[in-house]
Ligand binder design. Structure first.
Ligand code: NAD
Ligand code: 0WE
Length: 266
């Protein structure tokens, strides 16, 4: 099964080997894709270059998505090596830490709201804009990562839930906008996974345990499982799928009462 042979795919969001972007890159490399990467800041440069090399890539560029110039430079530099692009993987999000700890109405600020939406949602369409010419007419696809907090409230996810709701609407509007030129746009809504972004969250371990117990598969998902779904969505196997949010969460989102197994009264 080498279903991404000949595809050139740009991956944003590798920060560590635990990153969801790393699971996606590994699966796409295995399926024969040629990959390029970005890093958020100089601190991450060497690390991302190392990972890139392990996935057969020397194409590594800076891109802090809050900087228009860095997004523009990314695609002009990429265009020097690649004459076309088949995929963009948007695997990044950010809200100030204090917004993700406490009662939503108490802790939300104008600045935190704007930051969360800018980095976690606006950046997806900004990348589409700048990458559009390289992707045109190749039956390529864009993919982003969301979370169930977009649709349902849960403790502490707070303003990130609003940003993910915006991101999921962004998927649908971008799919409509880019469909006529052959480009598909989709999202994966992943279950909780222990990554760097999750490490900063109070009681994340407790959340993982609860989630595993209440999930139909009775376990949490892995970055490799998200990677396999991502590779599928960016391949020609998914040529009829656009504007879709695909759940890779062990079925968690489909249940209403979860499991009663851990209750005494059973
Ligand atoms: P991670 O910490 O490994 O990745 C987050 C990435 O965002 C990092 O690479 C970081 O450099 C990047 N980033 C933050 N601000 C940036 C900026 N201004 N410019 C460029 N890059 C920036 O964590 P992860 O869990 O792999 O997160 C990847 C995506 O998956 C996020 O969109 C997250 O919301 C989503 N997601 C995570 C989970 C989970 O439980 N870990 C579940 C569902 C969805
Ligand atoms: O999207 C996410 C995490 C995104 C995230 C994480 C951080 C931590 C460090 C965005 N910004 C920051 N800012 C920081 O300073 N997830 C889906 C993982 C996650 O985060 C949660 C969760 C889950 C699940 C936060 C609270 C509750 C649940």
């Amino acid at each position: 099964m080498v279903f991404l042979t000949g595809k050139r795919i740009l991956v944003l969001g590798v920060a560590s080997k635990l990153s969801i972007a790393s699971g996606i890159a590994a699966a796409m490399h295995r399926e024969g894709a040629e990959l390029a990467f970005t890093y958020q800041n100089e601190k991450l440069k060497g690390r991302v270059e190392g990972f890139a090399e392990s996935w057969g890539s020397k194409l590594v560029f800076p891109c802090d998505v809050t900087e228009d110039q860095q997004i523009a430079d990314l695609f002009s530099q990429l265009g020097e090596s690649w004459d076309g692009l088949d995929g963009i993987i948007h695997c990044l999000a950010f809200a100030p830490a204090h917004e993700l700890d406490g009662n939503f109405v108490d802790v939300t600020t104008r600045e935190g709201f704007l930051t969360a939406h800018e980095i976690s949602s606006y950046s997806f369409v900004a990348l589409a804009q700048q990458g559009r010419e390289l992707m045109r007419g190749r039956n390529g696809s864009l993919l982003t990562l969301s979370y169930l907090g977009a649709l349902r409230s849960l403790p502490n996810y707070n303003v990130m839930g609003l940003a993910k709701a915006s991101l999921e609407a962004n998927v649908r509007y971008m799919a409509s906008s880019l469909g006529p030129e052959g480009t598909r746009v989709n999202g994966i809504s992943a279950g909780p996974i222990k990554t760097l972004a999750a490490a900063g969250i109070k009681s994340f371990r407790k959340m993982l345990e609860h989630n595993a117990r209440q999930t139909p598969l009775r376990r949490n998902v892995t970055i490799d499982e998200v990677g396999n779904a991502a590779a599928f969505l960016c391949s020609d196997l998914a040529s009829g799928i656009s504007g879709e949010i695909l759940y890779v969460d062990g079925g968690f989102n489909t249940t209403a009462m979860g499991s009663l197994n851990d209750l005494e009264s059973e």
